[in-house]
Write a protein that binds this ligand. Structure first.
Ligand SMILES: Cc1ncc(COP(=O)(O)O)c(C=O)c1O
Length: 409
């Protein structure tokens, strides 16, 4: 059984979950999730919600972006963008590096946006020159440019700072929207320095909490664009995802007052609070205060080191990766082609038998050819766990067994 289940860990024995989200979570997060039921307007709960708003700003290195913490999954972030920032008939440019670019496009179109996509070849990124050309050629500035920081289907990491810089320079009124569902807290994101407008994510990946919370941060510029739309009388395209409903709630909780539009996921907010406290170094591990918590920059360095370890071990075993250039491979996950003659049915159950759960392929055209390993959060930053080595050993053992079986045939 994988090390996460052995003492000093308190959670029930289980196989090591290293898909690219949901991920393994800390004991203290699970414990916080088991908080006794509380009223969502209780004076004890309100500051917990307020702290989450403040701490998520710290994780994304922003002073004044507006967080929206709403019950839902990462997908709800797309709906918020489409329903609040893009009016029907307005144009959007999507930089597509995989499955999630297709889905974001679909969401934007659902709300009536006119979408142009720049599609990268599988495993590649969209060249900045293509972005510049598309922005320059547009008869009217795009309302938004969206891109996926780490596309979970390909493991491709886009250069967020360079994309934002290009858009700001060539098309200053265009909002820069980053789908960071698979990158927040495992890749460095400097919201203010990079001048981003929207970063959207979810609780269940690098943020290290159970699934169920949509996490979105909007720049004051983006909030202004939404405000202008509201004042011009164009209603948001959604009821539940409308910032008219949620902005007053977020502001109230941050100011220490209760407010109600729709019931927040109270227990998940406790869990999210516990995870953010660990990530921002506010609290040493509740169950073992001898454990030193990494700073944010140490956290990102640990993710880079874990990624190197897993990728180089895989390459040594003859595997190759989907990203076509190591410089744009994600640090919180790996997308790896099966070796010749090996299938998902050969490898994944053998990893499972060794206590390690990974994910199959997701990109329709390549689904059968590759698999994905998540290496984020406590699996990477908790020095008491040996999850990265457990993954490497399981991979080595499973591939060896497959070779032996083949040799016997
Ligand atoms: C990059 C990316 N965007 C969006 C989503 C959608 O998030 P959710 O499944 O939480 O709705 C995912 C989910 O894995 C993702 O990886």
């Amino acid at each position: 059984m994988a090390s996460a289940s052995a003492p000093p860990f308190k959670q029930d024995p289980h196989k090591l979950l290293v898909i690219p989200g949901p991920i393994e979570v800390a004991d203290e997060v699970l414990f916080a999730n088991a908080h006794p039921s509380m009223s969502h307007v209780s004076p004890d709960f309100v500051p917990v919600f307020g702290d989450c708003i403040r701490m998520i700003r710290e994780v994304l290195l922003t002073k004044d972006a507006q967080p929206f913490l709403i019950s839902g999954s990462g997908t709800l972030g797309w709906d918020q963008v489409a329903a609040n920032l893009v009016e029907p008939g307005e144009n959007a440019l999507v930089l597509n590096t995989g499955y999630f670019g297709d889905s974001f496009t679909d969401c934007l179109e659902t709300y009536g946006a006119r979408v142009k996509q720049l599609k990268a070849p599988v495993g590649g990124v969209v060249p900045l020159a293509d972005l510049t050309a598309a922005l320059t050629a547009a008869p009217k500035p795009y309302k938004v440019v969206t891109f996926t920081h780490v596309d979970t289907s390909t493991g491709v990491l886009s250069d967020a700072a360079a994309i934002a810089e290009t858009v700001r320079r060539v098309s200053p009124s265009t909002l820069v929207v980053m789908d960071a569902v698979c990158s927040v807290a495992s890749e460095e994101i400097r919201f203010d320095d990079w001048d981003l407008d929207v970063v959207l994510t979810a609780s269940q990946k690098g943020l290290g909490a159970p699934p169920g919370l949509s996490v979105l941060l909007a720049s004051q510029r983006a909030v202004g664009v939404w405000q202008a739309r509201k004042e011009s009388g164009v209603r948001e395209g959604s009821y539940y995802a409308s910032w008219s409903k949620w902005l007053p709630i977020m502001k109230a909780y941050e100011a220490g007052q209760a407010a109600y539009f729709a019931t927040p996921p109270v227990n998940l907010i406790y869990a999210f609070h516990a995870s953010l406290a660990l990530i921002t170094g506010k609290k040493s591990a509740q169950f073992d205060d001898s454990v030193a918590l990494p700073t944010l920059s140490e956290r990102f360095a640990l993710h880079r080191a874990a990624s190197q370890r897993i990728k180089s071990a895989a390459f040594a075993l003859g595997l190759t990766q989907l990203p076509t250039d190591a410089a744009h491979a994600a640090n919180g996950m790996s997308a790896l082609y099966f070796p010749a003659g090996v299938t998902a049915a050969d490898l994944l159950p053998r990893l499972g038998a060794r206590g390690v759960i990974v994910a199959g392929g997701l990109l329709a055209t390549h689904k059968e050819k590759y698999f994905r390993i998540g290496h984020m959060g406590v699996s990477v930053v908790d020095p008491r766990r040996a999850d990265v080595e457990t993954i490497v050993k399981a991979l080595e053992g499973a591939l060896k067994e497959i070779e032996e079986v083949k040799a016997r045939k």
